[in-house]
Design a protein around this ligand. Structure first.
Ligand code: FAD
Length: 412
């Protein structure tokens, strides 16, 4: 019966690519249409602030699949085409090329776009953001010795850009409004570790520093070499050659909202990835899903979620029983340091430390009672794999042994 069906995927990013691949690996023989407004086939974004930005890896290396494997999926890929509207009554989407594409099931994988700042001068000076391959290619030449970069925003993208810029020899200042780095996603002790890491690498980090606006420096000549200024709330100004905004993501949920689907800072879905219209599913950065580890619904902006929720949405679209409740996992690479986070650490947890941050490798466990709920580690991938199992199995642990480097994690 399925062969007569058409499943349309909106957005050919990481979640959309995995959804397409999963439809085929689950045996779907109907029509798969993958509509993506980018020119590129489905690819992963993490290297765009790391190896692709530094030039160590080519943009093509980020592709989800080899061209042959992508061809073998026999999806109708529509690069450079945007979905403009969802007509739920007629069950079709209207495309930027003027055509209409009918669907039986629709999967929204539209991701998000870099947030801009609405401050004076923001539309008068060149401001970089980092979401796409083109963004990385535009920024890369500015990261070199003798050049100065101000990164606005001390979250993950901001810090990774700062690290790559520094490693390329540029002078770097990070400006963060909050009183600590990555305030939204990690507890204070992890923020302190990241701050020390960046300062040790010669990055100037300004905390509690609001941005009032942007300007061209008075003495700057026009053209590529003109100096720019970041105007801070305290009245001071930072002169630099390049400004990068890393101030968060705006979910691309406009299509869904215009179609009357329930949205709240993203497209609301259930554990089966279904929106408020059972024939429309959503996955990836755009989806707001219930998460038992967080105790609420939230968007997960992560590689893991883009892949696993994209796969789950595809299986759900095929009528399979799906119960997507992932233990959140996120990583970041900065200066060769690998940081990983499992679960959702909060200030309410009891913190147990294993290893000394000064040694370069450590894990922080976040406990409720004697049960590990979350873990954050630097250069400790092996211990973190065990930590993940402890969290998922909700096992009680002895905090003293957890903190003891002489007790192998495998024993816990
Ligand atoms: P996307 O990959 O953004 O794909 C959405 C696609 O939909 C885009 O191509 C968009 O153009 C297209 N689209 C939108 N609207 C329409 C429309 N109407 N019609 C057609 N097409 C449309 N995560 C980690 O866990 N670890 C990391 O180290 C890490 N590093 C990152 C570094 C960078 C620079 C960035 C940007 C992200 C990073 N992430 C990282 C996050 C991770 O890459 C994202 O969570 C993931 O890409 C989300 O996938 P997605 O498919 O939901 O969205």
């Amino acid at each position: 019966a399925h062969s007569a069906h058409t499943i349309v995927i909106v957005g050919a990013g990481q979640a959309g690519g995995w959804a397409a691949q999963t439809l085929r690996s689950e045996g779907f023989v109907g029509r798969v249409v993958l509509v993506g407004d980018e020119a590129h086939p489905p690819h992963e974004r993490p290297p765009l602030s790391k190896a692709v930005l530094s030039g160590a890896a080519a943009p093509e290396s980020t592709r989800l699949m080899k061209p042959e494997a992508f061809d073998a999926l026999a999806v109708q890929w529509r690069p450079g085409v945007q979905v403009r509207r969802i007509d739920r009554a007629a069950k079709q989407v209207l495309l930027s090329d003027g055509t209409a594409q009918p669907y039986d099931k629709l999967i929204l994988c539209t991701g998000g776009r870099a947030r801009r700042l609405a401050v004076p001068g923001a539309d008068q000076v060149p401001l970089h953001t980092l979401r796409t391959i083109e963004d990385a290619q535009a920024l890369a030449p500015a990261l070199r010795p003798g050049r100065s970069v101000v990164v606005v925003g001390g979250g993950w993208i901001g810090l990774e850009v700062a690290a790559t810029a520094r490693q390329q020899g540029a002078e770097v200042v990070v400006v963060e409004t909050q009183s600590r780095l990555c305030e939204r996603t990690v507890p204070a002790e992890v923020s302190a570790y990241l701050l020390a890491l960046h300062r040790a690498q010669g990055v100037r980090v300004l905390l509690g520093a609001g941005v009032r606006g942007f300007a061209r420096a008075a003495d700057g000549a026009d053209g590529a070499d003109s100096r720019l200024e970041v105007l801070l709330a305290d009245g001071s100004a930072l002169a630099c050659d390049t400004i990068v905004l890393g101030v968060g993501l705006v979910p691309n949920d406009e299509l869904a909202r215009a179609a009357g689907l329930a949205c709240e800072g993203g497209v609301l879905v259930d554990a089966q990835c279904r929106t408020s219209d059972p024939d429309i599913l959503a996955a990836g950065d755009v989806a707001v899903a219930p998460n038992p580890w967080a105790g609420r619904s939230l968007r997960l902006e992560s590689w893991q979620n883009a892949q696993e929720q994209g796969m789950a949405a595809a299986r759900s679209a095929l009528g399979q029983a799906v119960d997507y409740q992932p233990l959140p996992w996120f990583w970041s690479d900065q200066y060769g340091m690998n940081l990983q986070i499992y679960g959702m650490p909060t200030p309410a947890h009891r913190v147990v430390q294993r290893g000394d941050p000064a040694s370069g490798s450590f894990v922080l466990f976040y406990l409720a009672g004697d049960v590990v709920q979350a873990a954050v580690g630097a250069n400790a991938a092996r211990d973190l794999r065990f930590a993940r199992r402890l969290i998922e199995q909700r096992k009680t642990v002895d905090a003293e042994r957890l903190a003891d480097l002489n007790t192998p994690m495998a024993k816990l």
